[in-house]
Design a protein around this ligand. Structure first.
Ligand SMILES: Cc1ncc(COP(=O)(O)O)c(C=O)c1O
Length: 509
């Protein structure tokens, strides 16, 4: 690999690892560094620049998180290969000198190799229970109504016997579909049972929708920022992502309109209620504007309603598909956030026209969702356990959100701002320019606190001075302790920044 023209300016006020990231980004975008080419080893680059090796490590980690390079353990860091329909894809040179299991990497499909393992690692908890977990969008296990679930499960097996242990229909367990269709009808528009499919978690719903609608090179509009595993799945199917920024009322309808005027868009993916990661909710007027723009151009909208039942304040909002012009919308929901994620149960409401093609795609994917769990959950819902549980969760989560925002008011320094959602599981923090949330994350992990850095959620790059905090995993006292620790770290970082004394980061993720 030739020497690279990377220079750093110690007086510029920009952290050194950011300068390295920017230099490599430019080289890659300008094709001076070609797809598949190996970057200098961290040690060699650190030596030639006269910087700490961990600073280079941090820069490489960040280049990986924004999808420009990929690291192979024991082999090196490579520029992602260009991919059809997209400027930058993700690939590795075939074969290579890897050790052990890595030797089979060349056998993976390009799609598989596009997966962003780093995002997966950074977005949620790592199983360290001592750590204060403000990163993952997961409910508190201690609230799970496990005993009620055990009872209904055992009743269902006893009463239904072998029938419920057989294959189910492509659409899902009929009584559960009926129950959901009735419950959703109204705020979610007219929901017909025959158009409601049970899926194995709403993540599978996203995958199936992508499989159903997307061809390589299709454009999908997403929110900027958006759910990182939606970015991943749309990219997996070869989509080009067009992020539309949010304001305090959700996706900017004017900017969506401009994009729809200018190019052919295949799908719009959005979360109008308690958006992940920001927690922002679209008011009715904005919903109408989004639906009208999409309808004008005949583009289906996939609404991810993952947290709609988790409202702690404010008025309920209707789903996009219930609005005039929104009838062709798709709606995704899940039991994961309101009950337990381990069920792997969600639902997808489709326009009638997609019903038959979806059945076919479903057959190729997994034939059907498991009947036993669906029947148990149907019984669970009919017995009123879901509503009882929701009441408890809403009360608890609302208190935790309050604990988080009041601790932020006490401990976060001036210049830091955040959203205050009416519900959901997370809020979004914006730092003063130049304060880097990846660096903060490394400090925070050393102090035993985790959160999700902003770069994960931006399909088009950015988010460096943003991060997501989730408030549903930890109890109030631990949330307050985590926020106090973050506040102290932020104060230090901001003071250092003011003094113009950027120090090199000395810890690698
Ligand atoms: C916005 C959003 N959609 C979908 C999912 C997938 O959830 P599940 O597959 O557990 O339903 C998640 C999980 O965090 C999410 O945040």
């Amino acid at each position: 690999m030739p020497q690279l023209p990377i220079t750093i300016d110690r007086n510029s006020g920009t952290p050194i690892h950011v300068q390295i990231v920017e230099s490599f980004s430019n080289l890659i975008q300008n094709k001076e560094l070609k797809p598949g080419e190996r970057l200098l080893s961290m040690r060699d680059l650190a030596r030639s620049l006269g910087v700490n090796r961990n600073t280079v490590g941090l820069a490489y980690t960040e280049l990986e998180s924004i999808g420009l390079v990929q690291t192979r353990v024991g082999s090196g860091t490579y520029v992602i290969e260009a991919n059809q329909g997209r400027d930058v894809g993700r690939s590795l040179p075939p074969g290579g000198a890897g050790r052990g299991g890595e030797r089979l990497e060349h056998a993976l499909s390009r799609r598989t190799r596009q997966g962003d393992a780093l995002a997966e690692r950074l977005s949620g908890g790592d199983g360290d229970t001592a750590r204060i977990e403000l990163g993952g969008l997961i409910p508190d296990r201690e609230l799970f109504p496990a005993e009620e679930f055990r009872l209904v499960l055992s009743d269902v097996v006893k009463e239904m016997g072998p029938v419920i242990l057989d294959y189910g229909s492509r659409e899902g367990y009929r009584p559960l579909r009926r129950w959901l269709a009735e419950r959703l009808s109204g705020m979610c528009g007219e929901v017909e049972e025959e158009n409601l499919f049970i899926v194995n978690g709403s993540q599978q719903g996203l995958d199936l929708v992508a499989k159903l609608l997307l061809d390589e090179g299709d454009t999908v509009v997403v929110e900027g920022p958006t759910y990182h595993n939606a970015i991943g799945v749309f990219r997996l199917y070869g989509a080009n992502l067009r992020p539309v920024p949010l304001d305090g009322n959700g996706m900017r309808a004017d900017m969506l309109g401009d994009i729809l005027e200018g190019e052919r868009v295949k799908l719009i993916y959005c979360m109008p209620t308690f958006q992940n990661p920001t927690g922002v909710t679209m008011p009715l007027e904005r919903r109408e504007e989004i639906v009208a723009a999409a309808a004008r151009h005949g583009v289906p909208v996939l609404e991810d309603n993952f947290g709609a039942d988790l409202r702690y304040s404010g008025d309920e909002q209707c789903a996009l598909r219930s609005l005039r012009g929104g009838e062709n919308g798709l709606l995704l929901g899940t039991f994961s956030k309101i009950l337990f994620p381990g069920l792997r149960l969600g639902w997808l409401v489709l326009p009638s026209a997609f019903r038959e093609p979806f059945r076919t795609i479903r057959a190729y994917t997994d034939l059907s969702a498991g009947q036993l769990v669906q029947a148990a959950i149907h019984r669970f819902c009919e017995m009123g356990y879901l509503d009882d549980h929701l009441e408890k969760v809403r009360r608890e989560n609302g208190a935790r959100l309050g604990a988080m925002t009041s601790a932020m008011e006490t401990h976060f320094p001036e210049g830091v701002s955040w959203t205050v959602p009416d519900g959901g599981m997370s809020l979004w923090v914006t730092l003063p320019r130049g304060i880097d949330s990846m660096e903060l994350l490394m400090d925070a992990r050393r102090e035993g606190v985790n959160f999700a850095p902003g770069v994960l959620f931006h399909a088009g790059g950015g988010g460096r001075n943003e991060f997501r905090l989730s408030f549903t995993v930890e109890k109030e006292e631990r949330i307050a302790a985590g926020i106090a620790a973050l506040g102290e770290l932020l104060r230090r970082r901001i003071a250092t920044r003011r003094a113009g004394e950027w120090r090199e980061s000395d810890v690698l993720l």
